[in-house]
Design a protein around this ligand. Sequence first.
Ligand SMILES: NC(=O)C1=CN([C@@H]2O[C@H](COP(=O)(O)OP(=O)(O)OC[C@H]3O[C@@H](n4cnc5c(N)ncnc54)[C@H](OP(=O)(O)O)[C@@H]3O)[C@@H](O)[C@H]2O)[C@@H](O)CC1
Ligand SMILES: Nc1ncnc2c1ncn2[C@@H]1O[C@H](COP(=O)(O)OP(=O)(O)O)[C@@H](O)[C@H]1O
Ligand SMILES: [K+]
Length: 514
Amino acid sequence: MRILTKEESQYIDRMAPEKYGIPLGYLMENAGSDVAQVLANHYKGAKSILFLSGNGNNGADGLVAARHLMELEIPVCIYLFGESQKGSQLFKEQLHMVKQLGIAIYTSLDDIPWHTIWAVVEGLIGTGMKGELRFQMKEVIEIVQSQCELYSISKWSIDIPAGVNANTGEVSHSSFKADYTITFGATKQGVCLYPGKEYAGHVIVKPLGIPFEKVLQNYQAYHNTWGLDIRLIETLLRPRSAIAHKGRNGHTLVIGGSNGMIGAPLMAGEASVHSGAGKTTVAVPDDCLRTLQNKVMPEVMTASFRSVSDIMDLVKDKSVLALGPGLGRREETAQIVLEFLATYDGPIVLDADAFYALGDMANGETNGVLQSRSHPAIMTPHLGEFSRLTGRSILDIQKNYVQSARDFAIAQHVVLVLKGIPSLVALPNGTIYINMAGNSGMGTGGMGDVLTGMISAFVAQGYEVNEAALIGTFLHSYTADRLGTKKLWGYTPSDVSVRIGSVISELLSPSLNV
Ligand SMILES: NC(=O)C1=CN([C@@H]2O[C@H](COP(=O)(O)OP(=O)(O)OC[C@H]3O[C@@H](n4cnc5c(N)ncnc54)[C@H](OP(=O)(O)O)[C@@H]3O)[C@@H](O)[C@H]2O)[C@@H](O)CC1
Ligand SMILES: Nc1ncnc2c1ncn2[C@@H]1O[C@H](COP(=O)(O)OP(=O)(O)O)[C@@H](O)[C@H]1O
Ligand SMILES: [K+]
């Protein structure tokens, strides 16, 4: 699923007529007709559909839709916001048409017969929003929303809800909270991110009427952003070969653990087993080995280490290394991590306390440690860890969430799995995937350790690091969503872990229905 930024939308908007001779009015006619079709498919009863029209092209889309609905004999009316004579050219043209057709037009909210309205369709403002919503528009939205609540009127937005920042998902005070958003070409980035996502409701994507990928090929600031969803994962997952034995399915080594933190490597190791790695070994510091052996499931092999050379020996015959879960933050451990990273060039997933050793990568001595690896390292920090790695505040990262992930992945040449809500996967070339799965039940200690084990297992089984990060990140959340349909509250990371195998099997072979 493709995702567009505000600038990309505006570029298409400019280039369609300039370079390809496709007048914007054609695209608008498409957009408006699609909006009308979607509404007509949902429409119930004899009530009216009210269009809230700003004086830009977003409002004009709504006027086109109103005209099309009139043809379908669905009652419509329009509320005009702002000064019409100052509106965009296309808005003025569309307004002229609907006036000629005799559609009821209101300029005061007090005059609207609210009890006769079935749905409100907000076209107050779309990708043209600058800064915060202005006061008068906020007032209108507040009144409309309270009327919708009072009369149980359903709420729709055209392209993006008024007040949602199309890039960051930040919302102005009094933004329009839609039940449905109908958008064109591709979903806008801001409605894939919180809080914007909650304001968009269910998003319906309709064609734009121009192959926009082709248009964007010439755009300098083009940002390749995708939704990480089931369709993508289905294209990446491969069935296991019928003749693959445990030696062919790869061997994961998890290095982690410290006193009081033995659960983390244990959960990562067990998730690796459940995700299909041929073999899994968990290695912990010498003094933790006994505890690990007492707790771990029998399918996991155990080992211990004291020094970098022990780890080098352990990793020799392994397909992938997961380094960091529960490792602790002692100075000597950090030294071991850094020494090891300087010598080992194989596939690696870095998590948790491994980041402590790396410190502030932008300004510290470790800048460059990961850049020249033959396989880019996969890093799975949560926002707190990412804040430390970048020397920036969590608030600042959240404000520029997608861009922060992209910049880091490019600069450090890593595959970054930024564990936020939603999580992002940023590839070393700057391509971003926004995770479309996941739920609040995942906010439980140990969930990240399971993710590390899953991603490692996919690397072990022969997936490229990019693919493994995408598959692991999505399936982790998707499995949790499957659990969430029965129990959103109180399922554990281990519940997710044990369910992974059956979810993968079902995806590969839907008839299994396990
Ligand atoms: N991509 C495409 O190819 C296609 C795009 N299409 C459609 O075009 C839409 C974009 O239209 P757009 O560019 O005309 O801008 P739009 O969202 O109507 O806003 C402009 C108005 O908002 C006002 N305004 C600005 N900031 C404000 C604020 N903070 N608070 C309050 N008001 C504010 C601004 O006022 P001004 O700053 O001029 O005083 C002006 O009046 C896009 O979302 C999609 O629906 C489709 O037709 C299909 C093809
Ligand atoms: N509300 C939520 N919605 C979606 N995903 C969530 C939510 N809360 C947590 N997660 C996911 O759960 C995981 C938690 O990871 P992490 O913070 O590293 O946990 P831990 O350190 O306890 O193992 C991440 O993948 C994160 O994206
Ligand atoms: K809108």
